[in-house]
Design a binder for this molecule. Structure first.
Ligand code: SAM
Length: 450
């Protein structure tokens, strides 16, 4: 069915695009391209054509039923729209990634930009991945766990709360809630809900988000602002407003002509716009600024949130990781969590300032003196797989496991074991001899039939 575009949107875009309007409309009659981004810390899958602005992104020729692919649940890839992977260029072209960075992804759920950032920053860098809506913060936490890094805090705070961390971040990514004009092809509901009033509301909310979070950016720190709309009010006008009201300068990004991305300027603002008739991707806008003003920097005080686990427990967990020397284990009411030792003090302090949903990687729970392995540890990129018995599952068995149904595997040693799919961990089981306890998290289980 041809997409019905809102009238006011149509007349505005006609005047913006001129002759290209017909191409824009016909792009909306084409299916949206399907793309995924690999996790470089897990095994690579053989697939299609590379997305030109990302080292990890690929187009697929068809849309598989992703829910029924165990590789997705193992955190081997993330399903993400291609244009938004341009974040990689914005980051690489503005920041020295060899540094130990403090990064905030302010509007982070469901986790596309956050998992991408984790693949770009080094392990001594910290990512705070924040989502203001509580239920969405849970989904974010799930996707972060699948990606397998411990140098993260998932938080659920209003942007203004980050003013407690004045001058702290080297990088802030604000992928703001918007009117979604760039998603009309993928999500016709976005077109049905579009109105000029909503655009005005989005624009005001974006200004509030930007001014709330600005003080937490360091001098010379980078703000990357993006939306999935074409709307000037939400994009270049907001960027220009920010530069006029705060001390900021725009950073020009290098584009290859073949990418077909449009550079736009308005007043002081420079931004980049992606049109679906020009790029193989959806509508998107991105802009990069450097802060030239300085705010006094927050002092990291010793936090009182974390309690280190006993030496005995830490020693017991030593063989679970490939690099245990880089970790500290904390004990939170018998839940044992690994935190990068380098980031321990900062993560501890930040946990006293903002509302933390999950931190580091949950490793095990202490129950009746026994260590019950936690799902996040099965998916962690530092897991020492050789330390555990493992059962490699067929596709059918893997789906049985992911549905949390009764799983049958061959005879084996009693006790906790990993289940893997094509060698990559999916989670834990408890082998009881005559039956298997499926330890897949109940709230994550897939509900789709085959
Ligand atoms: N960055 C995400 C990704 O790549 O997967 C997508 C983010 S989505 C475009 C915008 C997010 O902003 C939503 O998760 C939404 O819940 C959140 N949001 C809504 N209102 C907000 C507000 N007032 N302040 C901050 N975030 C808000």
């Amino acid at each position: 069915m041809p997409l019905s575009l809102p009238t006011a949107f149509e007349s505005r875009m006609k005047s913006t695009l001129g002759y290209a309007w017909a191409d824009f409309v016909s792009a909306h009659d084409q299916p949206a391209p399907v793309s995924i981004r690999f996790n470089p810390n897990k095994d690579k899958l053989p697939v299609g054509i590379k997305i030109p602005w990302s080292n990890f992104g690929f187009y697929l020729s068809t849309r598989p039923v992703f829910t029924l692919d165990p590789d997705l649940h193992a955190g081997k890839y993330y399903v993400q729209e291609a244009s938004s992977m341009f974040l990689e260029q914005a980051i690489k072209q503005t920041i020295d990634l060899n540094q130990s960075l403090r990064v905030l992804d302010l509007c982070a759920a469901p986790g596309g930009k956050s998992t991408h950032l984790l693949s770009l920053i080094n392990e001594n860098s910290l990512l705070i991945s924040n989502e203001v809506i509580r239920s969405r913060a849970q989904i974010l936490s799930e996707n972060i766990q699948k990606w397998g890094h411990s140098n993260t805090l998932v938080t659920n705070s209003d942007p203004e709360v980050f003013q407690k961390l004045r001058g702290y971040f080297d990088v802030i990514v604000a992928d703001a809630p918007c009117s979604g004009e760039g998603l009309f092809r993928k999500d016709p509901q976005a077109a049905a809900e579009w109105s000029e009033e909503n655009v005005a509301l989005c624009s005001q909310r974006q200004r509030r988000i930007l001014s709330d979070v600005w003080p937490s950016l360091k001098k010379n720190g980078i703000l990357i602002y993006s939306t999935c709309t074409y709307n000037e009010q939400e994009n270049e006008k907001n960027m220009n407003w920010l530069a006029e009201n705060q001390g900021a300068e725009f950073i020009e990004l290098k584009l290859e002509t073949a990418w077909n991305i449009e550079k736009i300027s308005l007043g002081k603002a420079i931004g980049y716009r992606f049109f679906p008739h020009k790029v193989t991707g959806e509508g998107f806008f991105i802009s990069a600024l450097r802060k030239i003003d300085s705010d006094p920097e927050v002092k990291i005080r010793s936090g009182r949130n974390f309690t280190e686990a006993s030496k005995k427990i830490t020693a017991q967990l030593h063989s679970w990781s490939n690099h245990p020397e880089n970790l500290k284990i904390i004990n939170q009411q018998d839940l044992l969590i690994q935190i990068p030792a380098e980031l321990y003090d900062e993560m501890n302090f930040i946990s006293t300032q903002v509302h933390v949903v999950s931190k580091g990687t949950a490793v095990a729970e202490v129950k009746h003196e026994k260590l019950i392995p936690q799902h996040a540890k099965a998916l962690a990129i530092d897991l020492n797989q050789t330390n555990f018995p493992a059962f490699d599952l067929s596709l059918d068995q893997a789906l049985t496991y992911l549905r949390k149904d009764n799983l049958h595997v061959s005879e084996g040693e009693r006790g906790f074991a990993l289940v893997t799919y094509k060698g990559t961990p999916l989670g834990w089981i408890n082998h009881l001899g005559n039956r298997i306890n499926n330890l897949y998290p109940a709230s994550w289980r897939i509900r789709m039939g085959s």
